[in-house]
Design a protein around this ligand. Sequence first.
Ligand code: ADP
Ligand code: ADP
Length: 230
Amino acid sequence: MIIFENVSKTYEKGTRAIKNMNLKIRPGEFVFVCGRSGSGKSTFLKLLLKEVEPTSGRILVDDQDLGKMKRRGKAVPLYRRKLGVVFQDFRLLKDRNVYENVALAQRVVAAPAKDIRKEVTSILTTVGLSSKYKSYPANLSGGEQQRVAIARALVNKPEILLADEPTGNLDPSNSQEIMNLLEKVNEMGTTVIVVTHNAELVNRMKKRVITMRRGVVAGDVQEGEYQDES
Ligand code: ADP
Ligand code: ADP
């Protein structure tokens, strides 16, 4: 369970990026976070990743108070293993093939070699890329690259998948396929949080939609629609 209690974030120069945010996201939910540029979506993700600290308020994830977690030591990296992250620009290693891009995420957490092989093979099958495991990113379509990034984010079995504009660089058909994959991942038990501007996809998916406007939660509806950015 993710809980934001009266969370505000003011950056050094005085920009109030998040104002008094209250939010609960239950395990297994699929949530879109929408809102125009500058409305606070990235700050929300950064707060959740503990990349930035709230100016006031409290963030709890599975009863863990992020504000009480020591910055030094193992607590933050251990906490972050709960979270898989996917970006608009994929962020794959260009000089590594598909298999290696995914396997590296497992090596980082020091998984045993035989588990790595099993888990990487299994997750590549889930994302529909088992036949391309030897390909390099440059030889994959945008949609395939994003599938690799999703596999990499999932291989360590995070509880929560955060996707920041995952379809921002994709055409409509690849975008829909990535959304279908995220829905499948959600149905397999992972909480999924997707930041997006893609109104068409949001409206088609009929999921919870949280709308940010100037740092405030301006809307939060189940089976919601993309709100006009007025
Ligand atoms: P979004 O992701 O919706 O575009 P952001 O969370 O990036 O919104 O930004 C919210 C507001 O905070 C904007 O006004 C932005 O300029 C400001 N902001 C974001 N990051 C910083 C930062 N590191 N320092 C100062 N202001 C920032
Ligand atoms: P996006 O729109 O994809 O969220 P942005 O262009 O808002 O990306 O932000 C890119 C990076 O710059 C982020 O790390 C954000 O925190 C930082 N940033 C955004 N606005 C400001 C700002 N006004 N001052 C300093 N850093 C900022």
